[in-house]
Design a binder for this molecule. Sequence first.
Ligand code: NAP
Length: 518
Amino acid sequence: MNRLKSFLAGKWNEGLTAPTALLNPATEEPLAEIATGGTDLAAAVGFAREVGGPALREMTFKQRGERLQKMAKVIHAHRDTLIHLAIQNGGNTRGDAKFDVDGAMGTLSFYAELAETLGDTSVLVDGEGVKLGRSPRLYGQHVLSPRCGVAVHIGAFNFPAWGAAEKAACALLAGMPIISKPATATALVAHKMTELVLEAGILPEGAFQLLLGQVGDLFDHLGGQDVVAFTGSSATGAKLRGNPRLVSENVRVNIEADSLNAAVLGPDAQVGSPTYDLFLADVVRDMTQKTGQKCTAIRRVLVPEPLEARVREDLCERLSAIKVGNPMLDEVTMGPLATSSQLADVRAGVAKLRAETEVVLSGLQASPLGVPSGKGFFFGPTLLRCPRSGPSSAVHCHEVFGPVSTVIPYDGTAQAAVEIVRWGAGGLVSSVYSDDRAFLTDMVLGLSPFHGRLYLGSAKIADKAPGPGTALPQLVHGGPGRAGAGEELGGLRGMALYLQRTALQGDKALIDAITGRG
Ligand code: NAP
């Protein structure tokens, strides 16, 4: 069996514990295995702080950006290999796998281009300076400089390539070395990507380490210059946030967690209009892309009462055309869930929602294509309907991380839609489909405090928009409350986690000279 190795303190290490098998979720065939332990994680943290960090900080932002571009090129050169691994280990269709791998390349390239605009400097000027007294000499200026610790990145199973790359791009460009820990079940892609980048010799020694399996005592070695950026479930996020060492040392922690993203159809959207069709296409894509295992996927579909029956009918027709099966087959448009525990969670989640919903389309009947009988972690697209709900209803509190959404009728007013969406208690992204400016304005004002991103689907962008489920490096990814209260990406904003903001106070000429403005 292919034993995947961690790369820590400059050495590959295959671990000591009883190994966990990584499976093909369509066939349940073992592909590789991972074991943990046997590594000195204090040494790995030290290696990042003492070797990787200084080497990165010796470079300017522009030079670090050049390394990111090289990383994107290496991934591009091995794109087919990575896509194949994502199909095998993630249950991804080819389209799903491209979404992950191309997303990784795109994000690295975006930050590489951003670095060119930052130039050959080691410190970033943050905003305009201010005169602090009567004399123009006494001056204040905020600056941003790389933190001197290590960035620990913990990823979810659903985006092994993009998830690692979007965190890495921001940390490396900011000048912080990384210890990256991918989710175990789908680690083949993240492991291969690391191997490729390390073999290409793009990054200085100590700038990138890979920890497979459990985190062990890693957190016990972290301190006030370090950062933990986590993506995963709220339950794990809460454990991390409460970790005594992270709390006592005030380690910066960023959490990207669950989200009950909503899609709201406006009362003005006529059946068959570009806005209505965009709404349908986005809901179906989000329910089925990556088998609904996207943190940004639409879970709640709000529809004005008069349109509800028609929307259900149209969604059912499109969802029934989805071909579920082994993603190695070209005709398959939706693969399995990533693991048996995901399948168990989705089944349990649907049972929970069923207490207050009606089944419109059941995923249980799906018989997957091209799969040995009884094998694979399959669950077909499932549409539920919740005619009456309140703030504590499961549909607003429980994320089913699979191809499952619930249609919720509302009275067509922005006020009612805002109230219902807010019951989700904070989300990564919600979308509103309307061409009515007054309705959209009310929705934006009502929903913005509860979301990191709002997607406004209208006729003018219907043929251009990627849908709400695509996180873009230019825009913030993250959300308040249930979504973890974290923030990633968003151009320069994504680097803030890894940079220290310092207010310089003194002689303007001196500050201008130090910050390269003199
Ligand atoms: P998870 O079970 O919480 O695991 C996430 C990561 O945390 C994995 O790498 C896991 O490692 C690690 N982990 C588990 N227990 C830990 C502990 N005690 N200390 C440190 N690390 C620990 O989540 P998942 O099942 O992989 O991902 C699905 C969830 O992620 C969904 O709820 C989804 O909404 C959320 N998600 C959010 C975003 C976002 O950007 N907001 C993006 C994607 C997914 P092992 O795999 O080794 O257990």
